[in-house]
Design a protein around this ligand. Structure first.
Ligand code: SAM
Ligand code: SF4
Ligand code: SF4
Length: 340
């Protein structure tokens, strides 16, 4: 495979990470992502013919790695709902220059998939779990699964040899009183939890700045019970600020997109399940690579298109929101469509 000169955007940021959404469907209806009222039975999900095929995904992944991408994360909707997902992982794991292949999932199907995914070549998995209590869980995702289903999924992933992290989105008045409980539970099991500030992604989740619990507040609450110490970032572009519980090797992370935006080191591109490319999580518009490919563009044309797109990239939405307090009136893609 060709290795080209790494490309940088208009703010000097290299292209390193690619997030690929493989479906816009989900078996949850998290109120901060796909509220039931808006994503109910009347909602039109993407028809199969509009989704990228595995061959198309893998072809693009090859081109992206030539352009500098070394990490790919598979996401959704819920990625484990995509038929044949294990085979896709197997195909992507074959791309040799790729250093990291990861997935984000809500975890309820993991007991079935963890071992096959590991065998197919998946390295890491992030499991989203915002509470340890079934009543909060049901209120948050409007479904009747039990927290136990996810915990068993996490255990299965560990047993299979996947590196596991847990993601908890914190929302004031919904689950913020459970921060310490979640931290303690996973600390005892030596698993990393990353606490995520509730973000204003999309236009459906009724986001309000008053519902955000800041990174600082989360740290203070945990630190008061289980003292923390800061750790240096592992690499350029790491989104989580990392801490360690004093006297242990167990880490905990914060993803402070609202109170401490990290646009200046954002090295990510996002590919939706229908083949649109987005240079920012808060973008209004994407670029239709699927039709470009289906109309016969060869690899060279696709490569040049992506290079140009990245070279022009000037996105820094979270920093702008932080500086101006503005962002509410912008039309944005939905989280369930692009996958976080
Ligand atoms: N369904 C999978 C899952 O939930 O892990 C993958 C897709 S989901 C969109 C990816 C991540 O985005 C999850 O960890 C979820 O908690 C997070 N997320 C969704 N909406 C969010 C929001 N408004 N603010 C912060 N994180 C959010
Ligand atoms: Fe589904 Fe993940 Fe969105 Fe929840 S956060 S609705 S699990 S896509
Ligand atoms: Fe990257 Fe956009 Fe998020 Fe900034 S707001 S960190 S540019 S995805």
């Amino acid at each position: 495979m060709k290795k080209l000169k790494p490309i940088v955007d208009s703010l000097g940021r290299p292209l390193r990470d690619l997030r690929i959404s493989v479906t816009d469907r989900c078996n949850f209806r998290c109120r901060y992502c796909m509220p039931e009222e808006l994503f109910g039975s009347g909602f039109s999900f993407l028809p199969k013919e509009k989704l990228l095929t595995f061959e198309e995904i893998v072809r693009l992944a090859h081109i992206f790695t030539e352009l500098g991408v070394s990490k790919i994360r598979i996401t959704g909707g819920e990625p484990l709902l995509r038929q044949g997902i294990v085979h896709l992982i197997e195909m992507l794991a074959d791309i040799k220059p790729l250093q990291d292949l990861a997935m984000t999932t809500n975890g309820v199907l993991l007991t079935k998939f963890a071992a096959p995914l590991k065998q197919a070549g998946l390295k890491r998995i992030n499991v989203s779990l915002d509470t340890l209590r079934d009543d909060t869980f049901h209120r948050l995702n409007s479904r009747n699964y039990s927290v136990r289903d996810v915990l068993q999924g996490i255990e299965a992933a560990q047993k299979a040899g996947l590196s596991v992290k847990v993601n908890m989105v914190v929302i004031k008045g919904v689950n913020d009183t459970e921060i310490v409980e979640v931290a303690r539970y996973f600390r005892e099991r030596e698993l990393v939890v990353r606490f995520i500030e509730f973000m204003d992604v999309g236009n459906s989740n009724g986001w309000n700045a008053d519902q955000v619990i800041s990174k600082q507040e989360i740290i203070s609450r945990i630190h008061a019970e289980m003292p923390l110490e800061a750790i240096n970032p592992a690499y350029f572009g790491e989104v989580a600020t990392r801490y360690r519980y004093q006297g242990t090797e167990t880490e905990v992370g914060m993803i402070p997109s609202i109170t401490q935006p990290f646009c200046s080191s954002c090295t990510r591109l996002r590919l939706s399940s229908d083949g649109f490319l987005y240079t920012c999580l808060f973008a209004t518009e994407g670029f239709n690579l699927r039709d470009f490919m289906r109309q016969g563009a060869d690899d060279e044309k696709l490569r040049r298109f992506i290079e140009k797109l990245w070279a022009k990239r000037a996105d820094r939405y979270s920093e702008e929101r932080f500086l101006t307090g503005d962002g509410k009136n912008r039309k944005k893609i939905e989280m369930s469509y692009i996958g976080g």
